[in-house]
Write a protein that binds this ligand. Structure first.
Ligand SMILES: [Zn+2]
Length: 263
C-alpha cells in the first residue's frame, strides 16, 4: 500500500542504533516510557527515528531547538502509532515550536462577509491544509510530565493529524471496515451528545468539555483521556474505551501511571 522505497528507508531507519541520549530523554520526560514492555519501547524508539528523520522542526519566538525538545515531542507523537500500520502523519511536514504560549495571527471568517483578524492566545494548533503543527514547549513539557491529568497537548494535536488521514476532519480517523465505521459512529455520536448535554447543564465530566465544541475536538479530547485516564475512561465510558482500544491497538490501562481516583 505504501511506496516500497519509502518502506525500505523507514525499515533501515528503525533498525539503526538509537542514541543513548534519546532513550534517556524519554525515560526522563515521558513517565510512561519506562512502563511500556521492552518490545513496545523498541517499537516506539524505532518510530521516533523515522519521525525525526522525516519531519522538519523549526524553533520560533527565539527558541533554540535541542534534542530534548525534538525527542520529547516525537516520542509522544509516536505513542499514537504503536502496533498500527502507519504512514507517519503523511499530511505533516513541519513542527514549529515556541518557548511558551503564543498569539496566533490569522484572519477568521465570522460570517456575513466579515473577517476578524486573529490574535488568539494558543498553546498548540494544527490544520488540515497547514502541513504544520505548532506547539508551545513549556506546555509540551508540562503535558508529558503529568501523564495522568487527562491533558496532553502533543497527543491532542497529533490526534487531529490522525483525523486528517481519511481526508476530512470530522472526528473519525481511518478505520478498517465498514462495520468499524458504523460501530464508531453509533458510539461516538451518543458520547458526543452526552458530553454536550452535560456541558450545557453545567455538570462535571471526566472528559474535557472542550470536546463538546465539535466532533474533531471530541476525538482529540477522548484521545488525551484514553492515554492519560484509561482506567477511569474504561469504567465510566466502556463503549467509548472499546472503540479507542480497537483503533489505537493498545490498552493504556496496562502501563498508565493513572492514580486510582474516584471519579
Ligand atoms: Zn484541538
Amino acid at each position: 500500500m505504501f511506496d516500497i522505497f519509502k518502506s525500505r528507508r523507514r525499515a533501515r531507519l528503525r533498525a539503526q542504533p538509537v542514541p543513548a541520549a534519546w532513550r534517556a530523554i524519554l525515560e526522563r520526560n515521558l513517565p510512561v516510557f519506562s512502563r511500556l514492555s521492552a518490545a513496545d519501547q523498541a517499537e516506539l524508539l524505532g518510530h521516533t527515528q523515522v519521525f525525526l528523520a522525516e519531519k522538519q522542526f523549526e524553533g520560533a519566538g527565539g527558541l533554540d531547538l535541542t534534542d530534548e525538545i525534538r525527542v520529547t515531542i516525537a516520542g509522544q507523537a509516536c505513542l499514537l502509532l504503536l502496533h498500527r500500520e502507519t504512514d507517519y502523519y503523511p499530511e505533516l511536514i513541519s513542527i514549529i515550536v515556541y518557548p511558551s504560549g503564543y498569539t496566533a495571527h490569522e484572519d477568521r471568517h465570522i460570517g456575513g462577509g466579515i473577517w476578524e483578524e486573529g490574535g488568539e492566545d494558543r498553546l498548540g494548533h494544527t490544520g488540515k491544509r497547514l502541513g504544520a503543527l505548532v506547539l508551545a514547549w513549556d506546555a509540551v513539557r508540562h503535558g508529558a510530565s503529568e501523564p495522568n491529568d487527562g491533558e496532553n497537548l502533543v497527543l491532542h494535536e497529533f490526534a487531529h493529524q490522525l483525523d486528517f488521514e481519511n481526508q476530512i476532519s470530522d472526528g473519525t480517523p481511518a478505520l478498517d471496515t465498514r462495520g468499524d465505521y458504523l460501530a464508531w459512529a453509533r458510539v461516538m455520536s451518543a458520547e458526543f451528545n452526552a458530553l454536550r448535554n452535560a456541558s450545557d447543564a453545567g455538570q462535571p465530566t471526566l472528559l474535557d468539555q472542550y470536546g463538546s465544541t465539535n466532533p474533531a475536538e471530541f476525538f482529540a479530547v477522548i484521545t488525551e483521556a484514553f492515554f492519560e485516564r484509561p482506567r477511569a475512561l474504561k469504567r465510566k465510558h466502556p463503549a467509548l474505551f472499546t472503540q479507542l482500544q480497537r483503533f489505537y491497538k493498545q490498552d493504556p490501562t496496562t502501563y498508565s501511571v493513572e492514580q486510582a481516583v474516584a471519579t
